[in-house]
Design a protein around this ligand. Sequence first.
Ligand code: GRF
Length: 203
Amino acid sequence: MKRLAVLLSGRGSNFIKIYENIKSGVIKNAEIVLVISNKQDAPGLAYARQAGLNAIYLNPKDYPDREEYDRAIVDLLKREKIDLVCLAGYMRIITKFFVESFPNRIINIHPSLLPAFPGLDAQKQALEYGVKYTGCTVHFVDEKVDHGAIILQEVVEVLDDDSVETLSARILQKEHIVYSKAIDLIVNDKIYIDGRTVKFKKV
Ligand code: GRF
């Protein structure tokens, strides 16, 4: 059984979907053993507590700098023997120290087809640019923001009358499917990284 940690800052809908998909067997061979939030009032954290998970709030203001904060997180992750760290709406850029502590074992979901529209407000960026298709990307986390090797992507068509809200909602539906698929592939050892390309292992 692979031990997962989820880091979040807000709503937590991706986390909840992963949690449900583990329970229902869509994701096999995994359990969420730790949820960490940098926001005390994150609804995702409240959900995790109600679900009886080990859910921890770490206040960034209690640490002198970003690296010390990440050292505290890495300590928790190591203590819990975490195999895979899933960032799910975690609104902090993680340090080199953190990335190097879990090489190719940190993944993130981003609401665009990377490398298009990295950073904040990806759905708004896509609308303003006028693309006809956008989507979401699950990728390994490296030292650059929204940059690591791509695991899976899903395409979403942009409609003429889309607002940021309607487009975001359709992308989110795909996020909820693709993030669990990516986790299942990793924990069941179905993929490997070749350069910066993620490939399927041949059976
Ligand atoms: C999602 O759109 C995700 O792609 C982005 O932040 C949002 C988090 O939503 N990284 P939720 O907290 O999982 O509901």
